[in-house]
Write a protein that binds this ligand. Structure first.
Ligand code: GRF
Length: 191
């Protein structure tokens, strides 16, 4: 069973999933492994990590396509080469078309750096601080056509501390993301 992870940047969530798959012996226990890391950006730092780990990588550059639909079709073609049981969006900074979401319905996950349904969209940490929130966190959810909504699989809560900046809060949340994403995937694999 192949898992494909989509990234756009550093890929720390992807790396956490790869490490967990090794540590958690997913191949032995679930017959599952991370078989490819696909990015929409050739300069995504996470690609180097994936290559070092011997994981297939691909770049589908959104700038090379005239429309969102054309990009999504090219992305799906690349993903489908691996016939994945699961596609994990991990710091993937593209909004996907309903057609793409429909194609992977039920096997498409995302991690969002807020306690959904609070703060869908961007700049979640800044918004939480500005709102005076006492807690913040991250959510792993099934992806549906509505952005940052969809059945919640895992969440983690962190305190918002006096003097927190967007960066200090983001770092505290990211640490929790690296815990809950692998846990969410294991739950799906075990189901
Ligand atoms: C992080 O802000 C994370 O909260 C969100 O995407 C950003 C980068 O994640 N999911 P990653 O390090 O590329 O996994």
């Amino acid at each position: 069973k192949n898992i494909v992870i989509l990234i756009s940047g550093g890929g720390s969530n992807m790396a956490a999933i790869v490490r967990a798959s090794r540590r958690g012996d997913w191949l032995q226990r679930f017959g599952a492994r991370v078989s490819a890391v696909v990015s929409n950006r050739a300069d995504a730092g996470g690609l180097a990590f994936a290559r070092e780990q011997g994981i297939a990588t691909a770049v589908v550059d959104h700038k090379a396509y005239a429309s969102r639909e054309a990009f999504d079709a090219a992305l799906a073609a690349e993903i489908d080469r691996h016939e994945p049981v699961l596609v994990a969006l991990a710091g993937f900074m593209r909004i996907l078309t309903p057609q793409f979401v429909e194609r992977y319905a039920g096997r498409l996950l995302n991690i969002h750096p807020s306690l959904l349904p609070a703060f869908p969209g961007l700049h979640t940490h800044r918004r939480a601080i500005e709102a005076g929130c006492k807690v913040a966190g991250a959510t792993v959810h099934q992806v549906t056509a509505e952005l940052d909504h969809g059945p919640i699989l895992e969440q983690a809560v962190v305190p918002v501390l006096e003097g927190d900046t967007e960066a200090t809060l983001a770092a505290r949340v990211l640490t929790q993301e690296h815990q809950i994403y692998p846990r969410a995937i294991e739950r799906v694999l075990r189901a």
